[in-house]
Design a protein around this ligand. Structure first.
Ligand SMILES: [Zn+2]
Length: 186
């Protein structure tokens, strides 16, 4: 299981033997897994649904903006919101330092799901008067992990997936991010 933290560059990896074997097999068969910006914790398809869990209308709105940002980006994504979806989005006031957390489970080709958490505490603390923008940027960023984008891509271009992005102005997938999703799922 690999957690993606929006704020720090730290990564925690604790693969099961089966997951490791599968990842190795995919790399050997020449998929996109070897590319630096590819994140194997994402969904096997660009079309999937998310369930909003325990959040108010404001936070559902942030989730919906994140979905719209991707669905309208030309990346081929179709992210729905459905109360019976197994993938989850929630928010809370967590003690950890991250703004958002993406936590996948299951095996990518078989039963992959994820849980996204947004941290209202750190977002409120650090965003000044730009809380709405930062929440939208964070939500869209975390959904980028579900679309197999890694943190801090190795590019000089602007990217939603960079931790040092301007969260006020970079709320949506950038051209680089869109091209990467298209490449990964092509
Ligand atoms: Zn991230």
């Amino acid at each position: 299981m690999t957690h993606k933290y929006a704020r720090t560059t730290a990564r925690w990896v604790a693969c099961t033997t089966l997951t490791t074997a599968l990842t190795t097999a995919l790399a050997v068969t020449g998929t996109t897994a070897a590319h630096a910006d590819y994140y194997d914790g994402g969904m096997p398809s660009r079309s999937f649904n998310v369930k909003a869990v325990g959040i108010n209308d404001t936070w559902v709105g942030f989730l919906d903006t994140g979905r719209s940002n991707w669905n309208n980006a030309g990346a081929g994504a179709s992210i729905g919101r459905n109360s019976s979806a197994r993938a989850e989005f929630t928010a809370g006031r967590y003690s950890q330092s991250w703004y958002g957390l993406y936590d996948p489970s299951g095996l990518r080709p078989i039963n992959r799901v994820f849980k996204i958490k947004a941290n209202a505490r750190t977002l409120e603390r650090d965003s000044g008067s730009r809380m709405t923008e930062w929440c939208r940027s964070t939500t869209t960023h975390e959904l980028g992990h579900a679309l197999s984008l890694d943190d801090n891509p190795n590019t000089g271009r602007v990217s939603l997936m960079k931790h040092n992005r301007n969260r006020t102005t970079v709320q949506k997938p950038q051209p680089y991010d869109v091209s990467e999703v298209r490449r990964i799922y092509s």
